[in-house]
Design a protein. Structure first.
Length: 214
């Protein structure tokens, strides 16, 4: 009986998939060598205010710009893909190395906040003790949180620059820009922004070139 119900569910899902494809629902798969990043921007970040929303998009443009310069040695503007509403979800197409670098930075940001959350929990527990004033708690744990974030950002910037294709003469300026980009990512992720990575299929092997080589 369960097996029969399971088959019926899958049949219905296949029918739904066919219907959605007929009406062109879904998204265009990135081309080989390209990728898309989907930025879901919570309305709390811009409070339904158009200038605030424009600022969020400009922040994303700068983040992509600085990572593009680091990964490619030059700025390649992203192309606008699909856009959905409610909490705006904006997909931006870009070179695969740039998208992957930003995706790794997002993973880094999440891991950084997990570490900070442990310190925040300790701060909350310490604040319950009468032996510590509010000022003492903030001086101890607030300062430690800022130090941890700065150390994490500095280490990540150094890691990106070590593998950067940008000219070494540009590293000091680019490092400052990347610092701002990573700090912006940390702030936006803490406030609820989610980022989705889509990568195109691997390029097909050139059989003709292989035959010629043989």
């Amino acid at each position: 009986n369960l097996h029969g119900k399971r088959n019926e569910v899958f049949t219905r899902l296949r029918e739904l998939q066919t219907t959605l494809e007929y009406f062109h629902f879904g998204y265009v798969e990135p081309a080989p060598g390209e990728a898309e990043l989907g930025f879901q921007i919570p309305r709390d970040l811009f409070h339904n205010d158009l200038p605030g929303f424009i600022k969020e998009l400009r922040d994303l443009e700068l983040i992509i710009k600085f990572f593009s310069e680091a990964e490619l040695g030059q700025y390649e503007p992203a192309q606008v893909g699909s856009i959905s509403t409610t909490d705006p979800l904006v997909f931006l197409a870009m070179a695969e190395p740039v998208a992957k670098a930003i995706g790794l930075a997002v993973s880094w940001a999440v891991a950084t906040w997990l570490g900070v959350e442990q310190i925040r929990k300790l701060r909350a527990e310490t604040a319950k003790l009468q032996s510590f004033s509010e000022e003492e708690v903030e001086n101890i744990f607030g300062t430690k949180i800022k130090q941890e974030i700065k150390a994490a950002v500095d280490a990540k910037v150094a890691e990106i620059l070590a593998n950067s294709k940008a000219s070494k003469t540009k590293h000091p300026e680019l490092g400052a820009h990347l610092t701002k980009a990573l700090e912006a990512l940390l702030a936006k992720i803490e406030r609820g922004m989610t980022i989705e990575l889509r990568i195109g299929p691997a390029p097909e092997d050139d059989d003709a070139a292989d035959d010629a080589a043989d």
